[in-house]
Structure formats: C-alpha cells, structure tokens
Design a protein around this ligand. Structure first.
Ligand SMILES: [Zn+2]
Length: 507
C-alpha cells in the first residue's frame, strides 16, 4: 500500500479493503482523499458523490490504533467497583485525552501526530540534578549514587557527552567507597549492592572507573554471597534478586574473578564461585503467576523479572541459562499481561496501574526473552515476541503521557505525577527497547577461555528500526533514543569501552 500511496494511484476500493491503511491516514491525507473523490464525482458536471453530504463527519477515533477505539476500551471495563477499579478508571481518564490527541498539552507534534521526544527539555531537566538539591531530597541521602546514575545514564541515552562530568563524579563518589570494598549510599554508610551497582554504572558512563578499588570490591562481594546461591544487599541485610543482578553486573564490568575470596563465608558451605547455586536460586524466585519475585515465595514484580533475566544473561549465554532455570513461556505470559489497556505502558504487578518506569523493567525484558528463545540467532529473524507485546503501545504511552509539558521537561510515571530522574532515565531506556532491536550473537560464550572470566553479557548487538517500522510505531528519527545495552542499561559503546578497559586486568 505504501507504494500505491506514493504514486498517487490509490482507489477508493483499495482504501476501503485495507482498514489498516485507513487508520493510518493523517487528517491531511484525509482531506486530499475527500477532495479527490469530490473532484472525480464532479467530472463532466455530474451529481456529486451520492449521499456524501449526509455522511456523519469522520471522527478522530477512527484514525487511532484499534486498542483506542471505543469498542475496544469498553471491552475492558470492569463493572465491579473497588478501590483498584476506581484507581484504574482515574488513570484511564487522565491518559485517554493525551493518547488520542484530544489534548496535546501544547507539545510539538511529529508527522504522525504524536508529541516529539522533548530531547532538549529532558536534557535540561536531568542537568538540574547537578545543582544544589532542594530540602525534600534529604530522604534520598542513602541513595545518592542512584541520582548520579539516573542523571548521567539518562543524559547519555539522549546522546549527551557525559564525560565532562568525569572529574566531578569521581571526587563525589570517592568518599562513598569503603576501605573494605564497595560503595555506600552516602558518607559514612555501609557498602550496599544497589548503591555499588549505581556508582559503577555512573562511573562507567563518564569513563571514571579507575577510582574503584577492584580488589577490595571483590573481597566485599564475597561477604554478601550466600550459601543458598543468592546475594544479600549488604552484610546482614535482606537477600533478594536485586543483590544477585547488581553483584553479577559489578563482577562482570570490572572483570573480577568469579572465584570466591578465601575468607568468603559461603566457602564454608562448599561454594567455590560467585555463580555456584545462583541459577537455581533465581529459578526459585519464579512464582505461580510465571513472574519473578524479589526472593522465593514473594509476589511477582516486573522489576525483579528484569533482574532475574539480566542476572541469568550474565551467568551464561541467555538461550542456555534462561530456559534452564525459568519457565520462559509462563514468564512471557505474565509479562505480556502487565501491558495495560488502553494506556499501552506497563504495570509492575498484576492489578496495578501503568507506570513509565516499567517501560524499562518490563519493556527491557523482551530482548532478553527473545534471546532465550532464539538460540543465539538473529533476534529479528527468529522467534517473534512482538506478537506478545505492543511496541507501538509503549511508544505512544511514553511520548503522549509521560513527557512533562511546559518549560520544565523530564518524564513522569503518569500524567498526574511529577517528573523525576528515575522515571526519566527508565522511560528513555524503555523507549529505546521499544524503538530498536537487540540481538544476541551466535558466537556468544559464557567464559573467556584464556582468563576464565565471565563474558556472556558482552555479545549483544543493536540494530536501528527500518523506516517502515518507524512509520508503524509513529516516531521520527529525532524521537529515537540511542542503543541501550539490554543487560547493563548503559549505552552500548560505554559497555564496550568498559570491557576493553579491564580485559587484561588481573587482581
Ligand atoms: Zn515508577
């Protein structure tokens, strides 16, 4: 149909047969279409198209994707009123005018009628984190490294050069590093897996990882590895799947030995390496819903699904490790059910509301699942998971509902919330997951034969969408987010530079 449209030979019949084509018509094209028929009907001074003036004017909804049509929306109306259904209806009511274009919030629109990605505004918003923060930010004093990561991560996804912040970041995180290894959330705080992960990612983004004491880090990670295979978040803290993903990310990016230090408590239980019993422990986190909980016997949650899949993708090549330890079909089914109707974004848990941060936590799972099912062959040409989730729905939700309008910029959970660094960073990562293609190489190996180090997560390639795909998903090149590594959630070139930096390093 695209070729017919370009050479102007569309006929009424062709247009009517192809419903999708009609839905794709923009209002400008519709005007041409109407004028053309009137002109044809008037050739030779005949009677205009019979009954045309009695037709109801076409309603805007006809040009929207099917899930935004009245009939589809009403299919999912919940008659049983509960606080949950009321919250969902409120969310739907605040999103629908933005999703349908009834309210564009004054944003500049792309050629498909969706708001452009506000690249400059989001950049400006993220940069405000570098300034003195207002008093309410004291509650995140123990999470300072996260602010660093969300800011430099988000900026780098937008294509900004963040190496200008290198010296500043190194000097800021230096006091957060404990002599016994790892990073705390603030000055004088115990080392913590999440803060260590965020610090290492932020330092990688700016090219400042030399400040990390790798040997002390290896020893500290040995103290949080547990006899059952999992990791605690800190010494004496909770054991959960964030710890497993964060620790394995740090071990891999810094090219640390995967043997446990001699004094690691888990050695007393017979474990020799950080990976011992890890896959089995991750497998025990899968719940009856098919999703992944933070720890065995807890409730499934979208963010933990990402942690599980990414952790297993570090442990071994994903088409071996993921099906070995998880029921992939059950997980895919659970994650697909988290894409909300009619908003198009993802919720974090069953019966919860759409929230932009899950654009990454759940949206980022699809490339990993795809790799699990594809057996190392090219993602685009192998098993297709696109039928299980809607890239178009996610792109529309993020561009229409999650961009803060006005002077401020930044991205937000949903229209009734305020933008913040966390949602900006993970909205952009989710947008990248929906817009681009990520594939796992056939040549991927779990362990480097010479050094014996874990290298499974370094075999990803990214591919930009075709022009046709961009048209189908309704975004322009200027709305496209760059490549974000599916496991480490940093730009692909940053991960490659980090791999090279430590490839030859030993302790
Ligand atoms: Zn959120």
């Amino acid at each position: 149909m695209a070729a017919a449209k370009e050479d102007g030979n569309d006929t009424l019949d062709e247009l009517l047969k192809d419903k999708a084509r009609i839905e794709e018509l923009s209002s400008d094209e519709e005007e041409v279409f109407k004028r053309g028929n009137n002109d044809a009907a008037n050739v030779g001074g005949g009677v205009p198209f019979p009954g045309m003036d009695q037709l109801k004017p076409k309603r805007k909804l006809e040009y929207l994707p099917p899930w935004l049509h009245d009939a589809s929306i009403n299919l999912f109306h919940d008659d049983l009123e509960t606080p949950t259904s009321e919250a969902q209806q409120k969310t739907r009511a605040e999103c629908l005018p933005l999703l349908t274009g009834e309210d564009t919030q004054g944003l500049e629109l792309n050629i498909y009628g969706l708001p452009h990605l506000r690249r400059q505004k989001h950049t400006d918003f993220l940069r405000t984190t570098f300034n003195k923060l207002p008093a309410p930010y004291q509650v995140v004093d123990a999470s300072r490294p996260w602010l660093f990561y969300w800011t430099v991560g988000g900026l780098s996804f937008l294509g900004e050069d963040v190496t200008q912040y290198r010296e500043r970041l190194i000097e800021t995180v230096r006091p957060l590093q404990n002599p016994t290894g790892g990073f705390g959330g603030g000055h004088g705080q115990y080392s913590h897996c999440a803060c260590t992960y965020a610090t290492v990612l932020a330092l990688a983004a700016v090219g400042g990882l030399e400040v990390v004491d790798r040997k002390a880090m290896w020893h500290w990670l040995g103290t949080v590895k547990q006899a059952d295979g999992g990791f605690r978040m800190a010494v004496g803290a909770e054991e959960d799947i964030r710890g497993a993903y964060c620790a394995m990310t740090v071990i891999t990016l810094l090219n640390l030995p995967f043997e446990l230090p001699a004094e690691a408590p888990a050695r007393k239980a017979g474990l020799d390496t950080f990976t011992d019993r890890l896959g089995e422990w991750v497998g025990r986190c899968q719940t009856y819903e098919g999703g992944i909980a933070g720890a065995p016997n807890n409730e499934a949650h979208g963010a933990y699904a990402f942690c599980a899949l990414a952790c297993l993708s570090i442990l071994d090549v994903p088409h071996k490790s993921i099906p070995k330890y998880l029921d992939v079909q059950a997980l895919a089914s659970c994650l697909a059910s988290l894409q909300t109707m009619p908003e198009g974004g993802f919720a974090g848990r069953t019966n919860k509301l759409v929230d932009a941060c899950y654009s990454h936590w759940v949206g980022g799972c699809w490339a990993l699942l795809q790799a699990a099912l594809s057996g190392g062959s090219s993602g685009r040409n192998s098993v297709k998971l696109d039928d299980l989730w809607s890239r178009e729905g996610l792109v529309r939700y993020l561009l229409c509902c999650c961009q803060q309008p006005g002077k401020k910029g930044g991205m937000r959970d949903k229209p009734s919330t305020r933008p913040d660094g966390y949602h900006t960073c993970y909205s952009l990562a989710g947008l990248s997951a929906a817009q681009n293609h990520y594939s796992y190489s056939k040549e991927g190996q779990a362990v480097d034969k010479q050094s014996g180090r874990l290298i499974a997560a370094f075999h990803w390639t990214a591919e930009r969408p075709t022009v046709g795909e961009m048209k189908a998903l309704k975004f322009d090149e200027e709305d496209r987010v760059g490549f974000v590594h599916p496991v480490f959630v940093l730009p692909m070139d940053v991960i490659e530079a980090t791999r090279r930096q430590f490839a030859e390093s030993r302790l």
